[in-house]
Design a protein around this ligand. Structure first.
Ligand code: FAD
Length: 327
C-alpha cells in the first residue's frame, strides 16, 4: 500500500529506537545553530546521531568537531560517516584511527562517490567498496588494542587473552529503490550481504517515499540471506525546493501527490504541515510493517523531525519504557 499524507497514523510499536542524521556546518553561525539543534535532538534520547562526511574527506575536521561536541555535551552516541573513495590504504587507515582516537566507536562505512569531474582512468583508490572499509574499521580497531592476559575469575593461576573491544556499530548504506549505478535489485542485495559478511551490524536506507519500497526491499534482503537490522531513512521534506534538490541528489522520484501539493501550497506553515504529515504516515506504515526503528534525516533542523517523533508518540513511550525497565 502506498503511503499518503491524508491517512491517519497506523499501529506503531510502543517503543521505537530513533536516530538522526546531521551534516557538518559550513559557517560559524551555522555551527552555533547546530549546537542548539543537537541539544534538542539529544533530549529524546536517540539511539545515535550520525554526521555526514564530505566527498573526498573535505569535511573531516568539521565532522569531527560536531562528533566531539556530542561526546562532550550530550548522552547521545555519535556515529561518524566515513567514505573511502579516492583513498590509499594508508590514508584510509589513518582516517579510521583518527576517529577512533577521538573516542568515536560507531561508524557508517560508505564507498562515497568520485567527484563528477574526476579522471575516469585515475581509479577510485585502494578501497573499491564500502565492504572493504567495514573490514578496515574492524582491523584498525583491533590493532589499536594490544593483546593482554587477564585472570580467569574463580580459577587461581589461570589466565586468558582479553577479548578486545569491537566498534559499537558499523553501519552501511542500503538502497530500497536501487543504487543509481546498480544493474538491478539482485546486485543491491548482494552488495548489502557482502557488507554484512565483512562485519557490518546495521544498515541504514537511502530515502524512499513509499512504505512498500522499504518493506519489499527488506523482504528480498532477508530472502537473500541478509540478517542485520535495516533502518528506514525518512525525511520530512517541507519545501518544494528541498524536494527538488533531494530528487536530484538521490535520483529517487517522489510521489506526484507530494510534489504537486508542496508546489501549489503558497503558505510556508501549510507546506511544513504537508511534509511532516507525509513523513509521519510513512514512518507509521513502515513501523507497522516491522521496521526495527527510524532514522530521520534532519537537514540540520530539529523542529520537523521532533514533530514526527511527537506525532508517532515515540518520545512519551520511550520515557515510559525506560521507567518500566529500570524499576
Ligand atoms: P557500496 O556498498 O560499495 O556500493 C554501492 C552500490 O554500487 C551497490 O549497491 C552496487 O549497486 C554498486 N556496486 C558496488 N560494487 C560494484 C561493482 N564492483 N561493480 C558495479 N557496481 C558496484 N556519501 C558521502 O559522500 N558522504 C556521506 O556522509 C554519505 N552518507 C550516506 C548515508 C546514507 C544512509 C546513504 C544511503 C548514502 C550516503 N552517501 C554518502 C552516499 C554514498 O556514498 C553513495 O551512494 C555511493 O555511491 C555508494 O556508497 P556505498 O557505501 O553504498 O557503496
Amino acid at each position: 500500500m502506498a503511503a499518503t499524507a491524508s491517512d491517519p497514523p497506523g499501529d506503531c510499536p510502543s517503543f521505537v529506537p530513533v536516530s538522526f542524521e546531521l551534516f557538518p556546518p559550513r559557517t560559524d553561525a551555522a555551527a552555533i545553530a547546530l549546537g542548539r539543534t543537537i541539544d534538542r535532538l539529544a533530549e529524546v534520547d536517540p539511539a545515535f546521531i550520525s554526521v555526514t562526511f564530505g566527498a573526498g574527506g573535505s569535511s573531516r575536521q568539521r565532522s569531527l568537531t560536531v562528533l566531539r561536541y556530542m561526546l562532550e555535551h550530550t548522552r547521545a552516541e555519535p556515529m561518524a560517516h566515513l567514505t573511502c573513495v579516492g583513498s590509499s590504504h594508508v590514508e584510509a587507515n589513518r582516517l579510521v584511527r583518527e576517529f577512533l582516537d577521538a573516542g568515536i566507536t560507531s561508524f557508517l562505512a560508505l564507498r562515497g562517490d568520485p567527484p563528477a569531474d574526476a579522471d575516469p582512468d585515475a581509479g577510485i583508490g585502494d578501497l573499491g567498496s564500502a565492504a572493504e572499509l567495514v573490514q578496515l574499521i574492524h582491523r584498525v580497531q583491533e590493532e589499536r588494542e594490544p593483546f593482554e592476559q587477564v585472570r580467569v575469575p574463580g580459577n587461581p593461576g589461570a589466565s586468558r587473552i582479553r577479548e578486545r573491544p569491537r566498534p559499537e556499530r558499523v553501519a552501511v548504506a542500503a538502497f530500497p529503490t536501487g543504487h543509481p549505478r546498480s544493474r538491478g535489485v539482485g546486485q543491491d542485495i548482494d552488495t548489502l550481504l557482502a557488507k554484512e559478511i565483512a562485519g557490518a551490524n546495521l544498515a541504514i536506507t537511502q530515502l524512499f517515499w513509499r512504505a512498500d519500497d522499504y518493506l519489499g526491499f527488506v523482504e528480498r534482503a532477508r530472502a537473500g540471506g541478509v540478517t542485520i537490522p535495516i533502518l528506514p531513512g525518512i525525511m520530512p521534506v517541507t519545501t518544494p525546493a528541498r524536494l527538488a534538490r533531494l530528487t536530484e541528489l538521490t535520483g529517487v522520484e517522489p510521489p506526484a501527490e507530494l510534489s504537486i501539493n508542496l508546489e501549489i501550497e503558497p503558505d510556508a506553515a501549510a507546506q511544513i504541515e504537508l511534509g511532516v504529515a507525509f513523513a509521519t504516515r510513512l514512518a507509521a506504515d513502515v513501523l507497522a510493517g516491522g521496521a526495527p526503528g527510524l532514522h530521520l534525516y534532519t537537514f540540520n533542523r530539529h523542529e520537523a523531525v521532533l514533530d514526527v517523533v511527537d506525532r508517532l508518540g515515540i518520545r512519551a513511550d520511550r520515557l515510559a519504557h525506560e521507567r518500566n525497565t529500570t524499576r
